[in-house]
Design a protein around this ligand. Structure first.
Ligand SMILES: [Mg+2]
Ligand SMILES: [Zn+2]
Length: 214
């Protein structure tokens, strides 16, 4: 037997949503608008995120990001801005001692928008709630789905995690997840798919995941 024939044991991982999970949305109180960060200067980590990511990393989890960024398909944000923002995000995390093994981004949207790149206006297999990005990460990073988590702030994250066969952790706080169906409180939650665990802050969620409570 050669070394090449010995496959390394699968690892455990945490796949992270970006907006509303790691970093905050960009808010304009005058316009009343809420938007995904599209410039390095927009990057603001949410409370407990850096501490939580460090504790997950110290607990032996491989960290990855899976994010929907339909801005280029909708003609709202140039692709270049998405890439620049992601390079800055990974640099900022690295400066904090946090390594992201892989970042997957879906820049598609089924309906697009005015000025959107026609090549990106497709019904793709990667846009969450579909599991495409998660399945890519599981394969590329050799992650064991039974020891891997999807952490996010929306139903689409929970659904994608469920479809990929991983555990799901929902960051949930009343009034904070602007775009998610949980925004009116857990009592309004009629979705058939529920997360494995939920907590209102990233560090608390990370502590539950790192403690291996499932
Ligand atoms: Mg989100
Ligand atoms: Zn896609």
């Amino acid at each position: 037997m050669t070394l090449g024939e010995i496959s390394p044991p699968p690892r455990r991982g945490v796949i992270l949503d970006r907006d509303g999970t790691l970093i905050d949305f960009v808010r304009d109180s005058d316009l009343g608008s809420v938007q995904s960060a599209f410039h390095p200067s927009h990057i603001r980590f949410l409370p407990g995120v850096l501490e939580g990511m460090r504790s997950l990393s110290n607990a032996g989890f491989v960290l990855a990001i899976a994010t929907n960024q339909p801005g280029p398909a909708k003609g709202q944000i140039p692709m270049r801005a998405v890439e620049t923002t992601h390079r800055a995000l990974l640099d900022r995390l690295r400066a904090e001692g946090i390594e992201i093994a892989q970042l997957e981004v879906c820049t598609h949207h089924p309906d697009g928008g005015p000025g959107g790149d026609p090549n990106l206006i497709v019904n793709c297999e990667c846009r969450k709630p579909k599991p495409g990005m998660l399945l890519t990460l599981l394969r590329d990073l050799n992650l064991d789905p039974t020891q891997t988590w999807m952490v996010g702030d929306s139903l689409a994250d929970v659904q994608a995690g469920h479809a990929a066969g991983v555990h799901t952790a929902l960051l949930w706080e009343e009034g904070r997840c602007e775009f998610c169906p949980y925004k009116n409180g857990e009592s309004s939650l009629i979705a058939p798919i529920r997360p494995t665990i939920a907590a209102p802050r990233f560090d608390r969620l990370a502590a539950l995941v790192a403690a291996g409570l499932v």
